[in-house]
Design a protein around this ligand. Structure first.
Ligand SMILES: [Zn+2]
Ligand SMILES: [Zn+2]
Length: 165
């Protein structure tokens, strides 16, 4: 019975590693000129398509110049390496959590920019969406897509302007 908490901790830990990596890579590759192609793709497409005054569109735009597929490569390499290290149950929990977390990051980054998405009825979603829009207005803040506590930890958090905190 000790296995269930261990597997849950593995899954949560995997998601936290994924969301921390996303936050840091977004900051250090997507927004720094040494990020090369990643930098140009991110600024020319995602930030250009969605900027002040037009933060949403009816359907998501930006399949072109999308960096996300490239991050599958290091993710698969790390996951593949862990296959030889972790017990099978932990490996499966890690792999499943990595897939879910990866897809959740891709999904949220898109749906934030789709006007009238079904998730907009949820207050927690609207709050995350506002925090992501802050990134589009102040590009040196709020690099996370899902877990904005990383930005608080790394000192890059900025609350939406209509909040006092
Ligand atoms: Zn960005
Ligand atoms: Zn965005």
């Amino acid at each position: 019975m000790w296995q269930a908490p261990l597997l849950a901790a593995t899954a949560i830990g995997t998601h936290l590693v994924m969301s921390a990596s996303q936050t840091l890579l977004h900051r250090w590759m997507g927004h720094r000129s040494w990020g090369g192609r990643f930098f140009r793709n991110h600024i020319d497409f995602h930030h250009h398509l969605y900027a002040r005054g037009h933060l949403t569109s009816a359907v998501y735009r930006g399949e072109e110049g999308n960096n996300t597929p490239f991050f599958l490569i290091p993710t698969l390499l790390v996951a593949g390496g862990l296959f030889f290290v972790l017990p099978l149950g932990m490996f499966l929990a890690m792999a499943l959590a990595a897939v879910v977390s990866f897809r959740a990051h891709v999904y949220f980054d898109k749906v934030y920019h789709v006007a009238g998405s079904p998730l907009e009825r949820f207050a927690w979603f609207r709050r995350k969406q506002r925090m992501h829009f802050v990134h589009h207005l102040h590009a040196n803040t709020n690099f996370a897509v899902i877990d904005f506590f990383w930005d608080r930890l790394f000192g890059t958090y900025r609350a939406p302007d209509d909040e006092s905190r």
